[in-house]
Design a protein around this ligand. Structure first.
Ligand code: A2P
Length: 374
C-alpha cells in the first residue's frame, strides 16, 4: 500500500490511464498527507502559510498549527516575521519539547536582494538564526529577479522604481548548492520561476531543484506548469491556495474565490467548507498547499481535508473555474507607491493602474517570469 504520494505513479495515471499497480481503492492513493520530493524527503502536503501574518499574529498562528497537527511551516525572509515564527518553534520543537526537529518540515526563501553568490550563505544563516534552527528542510529562490544588494527589501530610486542587479539566477543557484553541501539546508528549490527558467536551472544544476512554489488556485490552475514540472521531477507548491482574499491590493472588481457560489454548492454536497474543497482539490492534484490563516478555527479546518475525496467530475468542474488570473504580481500605480508598514513584503505590491492598464512593476527586468505563458 502506498504510504505517500508517488508523483511518477500520478504521472502514469494522468498520461497513460489507470496504473496497473495494485492499490486499495480509487482514491486511497491520494489520501496521504505527504509528497515525496526527488531527494526522498517526505513533505507534508498541507502546511501553514505565513505571508501576510503580521507581527503579534504569527506566533500564535504557528502555535495553533503545531498543536492541531501541522508539521510544515512555510516562511520567507521577506515576510519580515521569521523571528516570531522562531519564537513559536522554540516553544514546541526540540529536545524536551512536544515535537522532534525531524518531525518538522520548515521552508524559507532567499530574497531578491541576496542573489549575489557572496550574500547567499549569510542570508540563509540569518533565516536560520531567526527561526532558531540549525538547518532548513527546503530553501527556495523567492523570485528569479535579482535586486540591488543591501539591507532594504525594496531598494528604490527617488522616483520609486526598483534598483535591479544583473546577477543571473544561475549564479545564485551555484551558491544555493553550497548550502546543501554544508548541511545548512536539506533541499533547494525555486519560487515564481517559469517552466523555461526551471529548465534553465536544471541544465546547470549539480543539486536539482526539488520544488517550484507558485501562485495556484482554481482561478489560476497552472495545469501546464504543473505538468511540465512533474515531467522534470519538480514538485509544485501552491501559494495563495485560497486565492489570497486578504491581499491588500484586492479590488472590488476582482472575483473572490472563497465566495464563488459554485464552490459553495460543491462544499454543501460534501458538508465541507469552500476552503476545504479548494484545499482538497490541491491535495488530489498532489500539489502541496500552504493556506495562510491567523484564525485558530480556520487553521484547524484547513488540515481537515483527508477524510473525504472529491469525485473526478468535481475535480474537473473545479479545474474549469480556471481564469488564468494572477492575483499576486508586483504592480505599480502611476506616480504613487502605497506603503503598508505592517509587513515589508506587502509593500512590494502596491495597487496598480496606469491609464486604466495594469502595469507589472518588474516587467522590464530581464528575468521577470510572467512574460512566459507558463
Ligand atoms: P485569516 O488569516 O484572517 O484567518 P491564502 O492562503 O490564499 O493567501 O488565503 C488567506 C486568506 O484566507 C486569509 O484572509 C485567511 O483569513 C483566509 N482563510 C484561511 N483559511 C480560511 C478558511 N478555512 N475559511 C475562510 N477563510 C480562510
Amino acid at each position: 500500500m502506498m504510504s505517500d504520494f508517488d508523483l511518477s505513479l500520478l504521472k502514469s495515471r494522468t498520461t497513460t490511464g489507470p496504473s496497473t499497480r495494485t492499490t486499495p481503492g480509487p482514491h486511497s492513493w491520494n489520501m496521504s498527507r505527504f509528497v515525496t520530493l526527488s531527494t526522498g524527503q517526505k513533505m507534508p502536503i498541507v502546511g501553514l502559510g505565513t505571508w501576510k501574518s503580521g507581527p503579534g499574529q504569527v506566533k500564535q498562528a504557528v502555535l495553533a498549527a503545531l498543536d492541531c497537527g501541522y508539521r510544515h511551516i512555510d516562511c520567507a525572509a521577506a515576510y519580515s516575521n521569521e523571528l516570531e515564527v522562531g519564537e513559536a518553534l522554540a516553544l514546541r520543537v526540540g529536545p524536551g519539547k512536544a515535537l522532534l526537529r525531524e518531525e518538522m518540515f520548515v521552508t524559507s526563501k532567499l530574497w531578491n536582494t541576496k542573489h549575489d553568490p557572496e550574500d547567499v550563505e549569510e542570508a540563509c544563516r540569518t533565516s536560520l538564526a531567526h527561526l532558531g534552527l540549525s538547518y532548513l528542510d527546503l530553501y527556495l529562490v523567492h523570485w528569479p529577479m535579482a535586486f540591488q544588494p543591501g539591507k532594504e527589501l525594496m531598494p528604490r530610486r527617488d522616483d520609486g522604481s526598483i534598483c535591479y542587479s544583473d546577477t543571473h539566477y544561475r549564479d545564485t543557484w551555484t551558491a544555493m548548492e553550497s548550502l546543501v553541501d554544508k548541511g545548512l539546508v536539506r533541499a533547494i528549490g525555486l519560487s515564481n520561476f517559469s517552466a523555461r527558467q526551471t529548465d534553465d536551472i536544471i541544465s546547470v544544476a549539480r543539486h536539482k531543484p526539488v520544488m517550484n512554489q507558485v501562485e495556484c488556485h482554481p482561478y489560476l490552475s497552472q495545469a501546464d506548469l504543473l505538468s511540465h514540472c512533474r515531467s522534470v521531477s519538480v514538485c509544485v507548491t501552491a501559494y495563495s491556495p485560497l486565492g489570497s482574499g486578504d491581499r491588500p491590493w484586492a479590488s472590488p472588481d476582482q472575483p473572490s474565490l472563497l465566495e464563488d457560489p459554485r464552490l459553495a454548492a460543491i462544499a454543501q454536497r460534501y458538508q465541507k467548507t469552500p476552503a476545504q474543497v479548494i484545499l482538497r482539490w490541491h491535495v488530489q492534484r498532489a500539489v502541496v498547499c500552504i493556506p495562510k490563516s491567523v484564525t485558530p478555527s480556520r487553521i484547524q479546518q484547513n488540515l481537515q481535508v483527508f477524510d473525504f475525496s472529491l469525485t473526478d467530475d468535481d475535480m474537473k468542474l473545479i479545474e474549469s473555474f480556471n481564469r488564468n488570473e494572477r492575483f499576486i504580481v508586483p504592480t505599480v500605480e502611476a506616480n504613487k507607491i502605497v506603503f503598508n508598514g505592517t509587513c515589508g513584503y506587502i509593500s512590494v505590491f502596491p495597487e496598480r493602474c496606469r491609464d486604466g492598464k495594469k502595469v507589472w512593476r518588474d516587467a522590464e527586468h530581464p528575468h521577470f517570469p510572467f512574460h512566459d505563458s507558463y
